[in-house]
Write a new protein. Structure first.
Length: 583
């Protein structure tokens, strides 16, 4: 019953599991719902880190009251936490939103009258999205979208509460159950799954049959079962290179059972009959309809101009359903609106439906130097271990003189430095903290600190909480972290101070000013990346990333600390425009 690992890569499975636990916390879902019930869509967006850059009054002035009324109606039904739940992700081990994406939610009769969202420009930057109104541009924010503009006007069930009940049907489910599951969320037994085509009347059973054919018998068999023509011919992309179609098509998680049905919806809405999907750097996947015939093939990158992009939300299997099948998530841990649609008879439990909350800190047993087993626990703001202060001072002195550390002291050093091995439970607790940090979950980070989490812990890149402060609510956390004794000049494994990290990774001007006011030095340098020998100053980094909002800091660094940073950088950098702006 589980998907073939080659069909659902382990790294993608692991990423989606973490996404579903950490990126849209339960408190965000519940608070957003409270604001929506009160009719305050703007505050619901604010809770979900969705920045709105227009007002309905402005839209009424520029596009008329009728368009403004339709827009306001849609905004009243927008579920920003559900939107965040379904937005495309970077994956490959990351839980961050895919960068540079433009997702159109609704159109109002004109090219410059569309409601759309834009995702962050940086994987390591703040995970905030912007809700905009106007003409979408795939080059928003100075960054060109790798995928173009995604059309979600045909998948309103992913963000509009008037349509969320359609999810089960849209992923190939039947009147009362999703594929591979009963209506209460329990998995169907292998004996209940069809071994031959059940026919078009039982939609859920036919989805199961086609999916299992694909997983068991391969790509060609799956497409054939779905009635979709598949062309696996190699593509000639240059005089000296051909691209093989099989690996490109094999890595795409097609919802084969529902692809034809969904594309008929798209054609009815847009009149389009030819679409593009991602391929590799030389090619794209093309889906084409000719009458009742649907075909899929790989084409040369040169032939893509003028063909619309088909959003993954249309052609991809629902990640939640894949995770449920492999045991990567429980039905009750899905977004409440997703769970309600997929499992209409999901039984009530002690806890509300939604992503799980925080785990209680647990002790870990460590074999110490004397071969005894000691318990270590994160509590009262530190990693607690059964050694006296005198023993710890003696160990620190030995370490300062180059002595080897082991046992409890080696674990403590790895915890505070980010280097070395940690027991699995401590790795899990550290990962949970920094995953919440990376997704901007300031509330649960504060809850963890209140529960005794050590604020001095570092992640595997040697970053402290100060290095990642640009991802969270710095007004609350900065004073608390400084009071706890975190060092504003402590460097991560790349050699960056917290201020340098904040500047490089997209931190706001307000945070930069707050860190400088707290005493952060501005005469610092750091390498351009983990492997570079070229060290840049803050002024050079600001120019490199076009941080016009931080031009004031660039000018101050140049005035107070002239000559710092690698002078070779100025000779080879590509961007010479607006140089005076930073001086």
């Amino acid at each position: 019953m589980s998907p073939d690992p080659t069909d659902f890569p382990r790294d993608e499975q692991a990423s989606w599991r973490l996404i579903r636990r950490y990126t849209v916390p339960r408190w965000m879902i519940e608070r957003s719902a409270e604001h929506r019930r009160a009719g305050d869509w703007a505050q619901a967006c604010a809770v979900c880190m969705v920045d709105v850059d227009f007002t309905v009054a402005d839209v009424a002035f520029t596009h008329g009251v009728e368009v403004a009324a339709r827009l306001e109606e849609d905004l009243g039904h927008l579920v920003p936490d559900l939107l965040r739940w379904h937005l495309p992700r970077t994956l490959g081990g990351w839980t961050a939103l895919a960068t540079g994406e433009v997702v159109v939610l609704a159109g109002y009769g004109a090219e410059d009258a569309q409601l759309y969202v834009t995702t962050p420009a940086m994987v390591k930057g703040p995970q905030r999205v912007e809700l905009r109104f106007g003409k979408p541009d795939y080059r928003h924010g100075g960054f060109r979208s790798a995928a173009g503009i995604q059309d979600w006007t045909v998948v309103r069930h992913l963000w509009d509460d008037r349509y969320t009940h359609e999810l089960r049907e849209r992923i190939g489910g039947g009147p009362d159950r999703a594929p591979f599951f009963h209506s209460d969320g329990t998995p169907r037994d292998l004996a209940e799954v069809p071994v031959e085509d059940p026919g078009p009347d039982d939609i859920a059973a036919r989805s199961e049959w086609i999916t299992l054919i694909r997983e068991r018998d391969g790509l060609e068999a799956g497409f054939a079962a779905a009635g979709i023509e598949l062309d696996l011919s190699d593509v000639k992309v240059s005089e000296w290179r051909n691209t093989s179609a099989r690996p490109i098509l094999g890595q795409l998680a097609f919802d084969l059972a529902g692809l034809d049905r969904e594309l008929r919806r798209v054609t009815a809405e847009t009149r389009a009959e030819r679409w593009l999907l991602p391929g590799d750097w030389t090619s794209r996947v093309q889906i084409e309809r000719q009458g009742d015939r649907l075909s899929v093939r790989v084409i040369d990158q040169k032939g893509v101009r003028g063909k619309p992009l088909l959003a993954p939300a249309v052609w991809r299997r629902l990640p939640d359903l894949d995770l449920l099948r492999v045991g990567g998530v429980e039905p009750r841990h899905l977004h409440p609106l997703v769970a309600a649609s997929l499992f209409p008879r999901l039984p009530e439990g002690d806890e509300p439906v939604g992503p799980p909350g925080l785990d209680d800190p647990r002790s870990v047993r460590v074999r110490c130097r004397d071969s005894a087993w000691h318990e270590m626990t994160v509590r009262e703001g530190r990693l607690d271990m059964p050694h006296s202060e005198e023993e710890q001072r003696r160990e620190q002195a030995m370490r300062a003189f180059g002595g080897a550390v082991s046992g409890c002291f080696a674990v403590q050093q790895a915890w505070r430095s980010g280097e070395g091995r940690l027991p699995r439970l401590l790795r899990t607790q550290r990962r949970e903290l920094f995953l919440r940090v990376e997704n901007g979950d300031s509330e649960n980070v504060l809850t963890l600190l209140d529960a005794g989490m050590d604020p001095h812990v570092r992640d595997v890149r040697g970053r402290t909480l100060l290095h990642t402060l640009h991802l969270m609510d710095h007004e609350v956390l900065l004073p608390r972290l400084l009071k706890a004794g975190l060092d504003l000049e402590g460097k991560d494994r790349q050699g960056r101070t917290p201020l340098f990290s904040v500047v490089q990774d997209g931190g706001s001007r307000a945070l930069v000013e707050a860190m400088i006011a707290a005493g952060a030095r501005i005469d610092v340098t750091a390498p351009t990346d983990a492997y570079s020998q070229m060290y840049l100053s803050l002024a050079q980094t600001i120019r490199r990333y076009k941080r016009r909002d931080l031009a004031f800091l660039s000018r101050r660094v140049l005035a107070e600390h002239p000559g710092i940073g690698d002078t070779d950088w100025d000779e080879w950098r590509e961007d010479e425009d607006d140089e005076d702006e930073y001086r």
